[in-house]
Design a protein around this ligand. Sequence first.
Ligand SMILES: [Zn+2]
Length: 151
Amino acid sequence: MPSQKPGASDLPLPFALDFYPLEAPEFTRIHPFFENLRKARLTTTKCTKCSAVHWQPRVVCPKCNSDSLEWIDLPKEGELFAFTEVRAGAPIGFEKDVPFVTGLVRLKGTEILLTARIDGAMYEALKIGDRVRLKVIILPDGRVWFRFTPA
Ligand SMILES: [Zn+2]
């Protein structure tokens, strides 16, 4: 379930400066990712021909070029592989959130590394290998995205 609105500015951003993807079926063929995320499921595509698991979700397998893909659930937990803190120079719309932590999360039991904001912890309190779990956020305009929090 979505747990919190982001702290970013509520002002609408010019389209070219919007860091969140358009999620509706008319804009993207990976719209199931967002529909699943809204249900607190982190999902991606898996090729039914060569069994490759992709991150990010794809519409064609980059390994064998098949478009025969299925949606699979990914673990909602992982560990910090790397992280840093944004103290200045935040992208427009994120200025009010400074300082914030962003990192690479290795999903539990996989080789998948994904980038995400890490909420709920100060940079100084984190260390490589810390366990984190998925946090679903709803943007002011209703779109959905994800972050992680310490587990
Ligand atoms: Zn494939």
